[in-house]
Design a protein around this ligand. Structure first.
Ligand code: SF4
Length: 384
C-alpha cells in the first residue's frame, strides 16, 4: 500500500474538501480557528465543525501586504490573504485567541477588512478567547472563565445548548482521536518506520479539516492498512526532529526528507503538540469544562507560555531519546519572536548535551528552496 495516493492524506493539499461540502449541505456550522489552545471539544458539542485555519499552497501575500507590514509573520499574512480572496467564505465564524501578537492582530483585521460588505456578504460570527501567558492557579481560573463565557456565546449565537453530557461525549471522541494519532506516531518513531514525517504532517492536517468522527474512522483505516505495509529501512538517513513554528505545507518537510533526512519526530502544532498529553484520563465527567480547560492548559506547551521553557526542553530531550534522534532542525518563521527565542535557547541547551542542531529562519511558504536545501544537506553531512 502506498500512502502517497491516499485520498485522506491528499485532503491536506487543499483548504476545502468534500466532507466540508457535505457538512454545509446539511446546514451545519463551521468555525475556523488558529491555535491548539482552542477548546475544539466545546465547538463539537455545539454541533459545530472546528476547522484549523491553514494557508497551505498560498504562495503570495500581495493582498494581505496592503494591511500587514512585511515584518509580520508570513503564515498569518498568508491566511489573511486567503481570507481577503474569499477562500474562507465557507466558514460561519472565526474563533481567534491571543496566541501571539501577529495572530491577535488578525482578529482586528478580520473585523476591519474581511468582514465588510465588499468582501463577504454573509454574516460571519467572531469569537475571541483570551488565554494567559503563564501557567498558574489564577491563570487556570482565568482560562476556565473565558471558556465558560465562550460556551454562553456559542449557545446564544447558534441557539443551542451545550450540556455536560454532550461535552463529555465530545471529549471522548477527541480523546480517541489523540490516541489514534499517538498510535500512528509510534509507527513513525520506531527503528524501521511505516510512515514518514511528511505523511504524518499530511495526516495531521487532514485530521484538523474534517469532522472528528470521520477522522477517527479514517485514522483507524490507515492504521489497519499500515499493518500490511512493509517497514522502511531508513538506516542510511539521519533521524531528525523538526521543531518550531507552524508548518502547514509538505514542500518544507519534503525538502528535508529529500536531503538525506528522515523526520522521525517533531515538536510543532500540526504534530506532537497536537496529541501529546498525559492528561486524557483526568476526565471525571462531573465538570467536563474544567477537565477540558486543564488538559489544554497543562499539556505540553507552546512558546506562548512564557514560564514553561524548562518543561518544553524536557519534552524535547525525552522525545530525542524515544525517537533515537541524530539531529534537531529548529526552524521559525521570520519575525516569530516566540519560536525564535525558544529556538535560540534550545540551540545552546542542546549543544551542551552534544545534540547536533541546525537553527534556520524561513518564510511560511518556502520559496528559496536551493539555499535551504544546501543548509540542510550540509547539516546532514555534519552529523556523525
Ligand atoms: S508562527 Fe509564530 S508568529 Fe506565526 S502565528 Fe505561530 S506563534 Fe504566531
Amino acid at each position: 500500500m502506498n500512502l502517497k495516493d491516499d485520498p485522506f492524506l491528499n485532503m491536506s493539499n487543499s483548504i476545502i474538501n468534500s466532507y466540508i461540502k457535505d457538512w454545509q449541505a446539511s446546514n451545519k456550522k463551521i468555525i475556523g480557528y488558529y491555535c491548539t489552545y482552542i477548546p475544539e471539544e466545546l465547538l463539537h458539542a455545539a454541533g459545530i465543525l472546528p476547522y484549523r485555519i491553514r494557508a497551505t499552497g498560498n504562495k503570495d501575500t500581495e493582498l494581505a501586504d496592503t494591511y500587514m507590514v512585511r515584518f509580520t509573520c508570513s503564515f498569518v499574512r498568508a491566511t489573511l490573504d486567503l481570507a481577503l480572496k474569499g477562500v474562507y467564505n465557507f466558514m460561519d465564524g472565526f474563533l481567534i485567541c491571543n496566541s501571539c501578537d501577529h495572530s491577535r492582530r488578525m482578529f482586528e483585521l478580520f473585523d476591519l477588512k474581511v468582514f465588510n460588505k465588499e468582501r463577504i456578504d454573509k454574516k460571519i460570527d467572531r469569537f475571541y478567547l483570551s488565554i494567559p501567558h503563564i501557567i498558574t492557579e489564577e491563570g487556570l481560573n482565568w482560562y476556565l472563565k473565558e471558556i465558560e463565557e465562550l460556551r454562553e456565546e456559542l449557545e446564544l449565537a447558534y441557539d443551542c445548548e451545550i450540556p455536560n453530557e454532550k461535552l463529555n461525549h465530545s471529549i471522548d471522541i477527541y480523546d480517541q482521536n489523540r490516541k489514534l494519532l499517538r498510535d500512528l506516531h509510534e509507527l513513525q518513531i520506531q527503528e524501521f518506520p511505516k510512515i514518514t514525517g511528511t505523511e504524518a504532517l499530511q495526516i495531521s492536517m487532514a485530521n484538523a479539516s474534517v469532522p472528528k468522527e470521520i477522522a477517527n474512522e479514517e485514522l483507524k483505516r490507515i492504521l489497519k492498512d499500515l499493518e500490511k505495509k512493509e517497514e522502511m529501512d531508513v538506516s542510511s538517513k539521519k533521524r531528525i526532529m523538526l521543531v518550531g513554528s507552524v508548518v502547514d505545507n509538505i514542500d518544507f518537510t519534503q525538502l528535508i526528507e529529500n536531503s538525506g533526512a528522515f523526520i522521525a519526530s517533531d515538536f510543532i502544532c500540526f504534530g506532537t503538540r497536537n496529541f501529546h498529553d498525559s492528561l486524557d484520563n483526568i476526565d471525571s465527567g462531573a465538570n467536563p469544562l474544567k477537565d477540558l480547560t486543564k488538559r489544554l492548559y497543562y499539556r505540553i506547551s507552546c512558546p506562548r507560555m512564557m514560564d514553561d521553557h524548562e518543561n518544553r526542553l524536557n519534552f524535547l530531550t525525552e522525545e530525542i531519546n524515544n525517537a533515537n534522534i541524530d539531529g534537531v532542525i529548529l526552524q521559525h518563521i521570520n519575525n516569530c519572536d516566540l519560536h525564535g527565542c525558544d529556538n535560540m535557547l534550545y540551540t545552546h541547551e542542546l549543544k551542551e548535551l552534544d545534540i547536533p542542531v541546525l537553527n534556520v529562519d524561513r518564510e511560511s511558504y518556502q520559496a528559496d528552496t536551493t539555499r535551504m536545501q544546501t543548509r540542510i544537506e550540509a547539516f546532514m553531512e555534519m552529523i556523525k
